[in-house]
Design a binder for this molecule. Structure first.
Ligand SMILES: NC(=O)c1ccc[n+]([C@@H]2O[C@H](COP(=O)([O-])OP(=O)(O)OC[C@H]3O[C@@H](n4cnc5c(N)ncnc54)[C@H](OP(=O)(O)O)[C@@H]3O)[C@@H](O)[C@H]2O)c1
Length: 429
């Protein structure tokens, strides 16, 4: 057997603790697969006195994470988090000092991934991040190494377990976003500050990585529409059900015209479709891989066990000397993303208008839609007491998003329309 792979781990929280546990529990089997032992030689976390699930007393401890870049380790595992600060400092220092890097840090990679991939490549080092997108689902490896022959047309994912938990429970219990979020926080499914999750930012980080792997561009957060789930109402969820749909926060990256469309948005997904039936805190990714066909991956996107599984798989690849460029192709060939033209961004849309129940209101809305060349496939109106606002719900045919946006802008100015119109794309398949 070759010499052990020496590992330094920064961050001993959910993911780091899980990695230590897995290496401890399955050391012998993993050594057989890796053809060498995987030895943790140094660790770092914030608080040395904190009790850890695995005994680290005989492992060298560094007060400052960046010092791990100067340890005897062959590979540094960054599991601190944060898009800059100590995590970035450590990764840059580790690569500069000839250490392979494994990280689960999607925020950092979405911002600095292309540059760090270049640094790793110059030194012939690995930069691996299977746990950074969809946790335990091996989607990074699949896009980077497996689904490459025919090219990828689209990647669509439920990439944030917190949002999926909230939306699933809003539907099941007919409660509001705020009520279900509060419960999710109490159960530990949502952070005290849930902004990054419910605002779509976390999904955006993961989507930027998946799009880069699928389409060969540098991760790009600038050319991405990002909308969270905060404004999804119980009414929208109930109407979705009437039409045979569910609302999911989707990250979608697809070829559209000559460019790539990237968007994070609540979307209507058909009940009974693979994405439509992903419940609770699960993640899923649907890939259209051209002539290879459609693929669907589902599993746990977070938590100790799934994320440790992904990190350990990266470590075994490094131990075997089997590693590709971080994003599947040489870093200097990661071109800037060419955004799809607005006309190429098309979908069918669910539209909801709360209107005053007075004659002529439907005709006025229909007139604005017709003017923008948006045609309606179906319509539903729920009456209430005379004089009170009613909801008009319409499903459009496939149409450019810009056309619908133009019509909604005009409709929103009507004195018969109460509150902003709602627009949710419908996903097919
Ligand atoms: N949790 C998940 O399910 C999951 C899934 C996918 C990806 N990730 C990513 O994995 C990374 C880690 O997440 P996590 O959930 O494991 O976080 P966590 O439970 O909050 O753990 C963070 C760890 O980093 C340590 N730490 C904080 N600041 C430090 C510093 N300046 N120097 C050294 N150590 C420091 C903490 O030390 P103390 O323990 O002493 O406080 C803690 O051990 C993040 O990038 C996250 O986005 C997490």
């Amino acid at each position: 057997m070759t010499a052990p792979l020496r590992i330094a781990i920064a961050g001993l929280g959910t993911v780091g603790g899980g990695v230590l546990k897995a290496l401890h529990a399955r050391g012998a089997e993993l050594a057989e697969r890796a053809e060498r032992r995987l030895d943790v030689v140094a660790v770092s976390a914030r608080d040395r006195t904190k009790e850890r699930a695995t005994d680290v007393s005989r492992i060298a401890w560094e007060e400052e994470a960046a010092r791990l870049a100067h340890s005897e380790a062959d590979v540094v595992v960054e599991l601190i988090g944060g898009e800059s600060g100590p995590a970035l400092e450590l990764i840059e220092a580790a690569l500069a000092n000839g250490k392979h890097v494994v990280t689960a840090n999607k925020a950092l990679l979405a911002h600095h991934g292309a540059r760090l991939a270049g640094l790793a490549e110059k030194k012939g080092l690995a930069l691996k991040f299977e746990a950074a997108a969809a946790g335990g689902i091996p989607i990074v490896k699949a896009l980077r190494e497996s689904l490459i022959a025919h090219g990828v047309n689209s990647v669509r994912g439920i990439l944030n377990g917190t949002c999926n938990f909230i939306l699933t429970n809003m539907e099941k219990t007919e409660r509001s976003f705020v009520e279900v979020l509060t419960e999710a926080q109490a159960l530990g499914y949502a952070e005290a500050d849930p902004t990054l999750d419910v605002g779509g930012g976390d999904t955006a980080h993961k989507l930027a990585l998946l799009a880069s792997l699928a389409f060969g561009n540098a991760p790009d957060l600038d050319n991405m529409l990002v909308e969270g789930i905060e404004n999804i109402s119980s009414a929208d969820i109930a109407y979705a059900q009437e039409f045979g749909y569910r609302i999911k926060l989707l990250g979608v990256a697809r070829r559209a015209g000559d460019g790539i469309e990237q968007r994070v948005q609540p979307a209507m997904v058909r009940v009974g479709s693979p994405l439509g039936d992903v419940d609770g805190a699960f993640n899923a990714v649907a890939v259209d891989a051209g002539a290879a066909g459609p693929f669907f991956f589902e599993g746990r996107g977070a938590g100790e066990g799934p994320t440790a599984s992904a990190v350990v798989a990266d470590l075994v690849d490094i131990a075997l000397g089997s590693f590709e460029p971080a994003f599947g192709k040489p870093a200097h060939t990661l071109v800037p993303l060419v955004p799809a033209s607005p006309e190429a961004t098309t979908s069918a849309y669910y539209l909801r208008f709360d209107v005053l129940d007075i004659p002529g209101v439907v005709a006025e809305i229909a007139g604005h839609l017709a003017e923008a060349r948006v045609s309606i496939e179906s319509m539903l109106q729920r009456g209430r007491n005379p004089g009170e606002p009613v909801s008009i719900v319409m499903i459009t045919h496939e149409t450019p998003q810009v056309a619908v946006a133009r019509a909604l802008k005009a409709i929103a100015t009507s004195d018969k329309v109460v509150g902003p119109p709602r627009m949710i794309p419908m996903e097919t398949g």
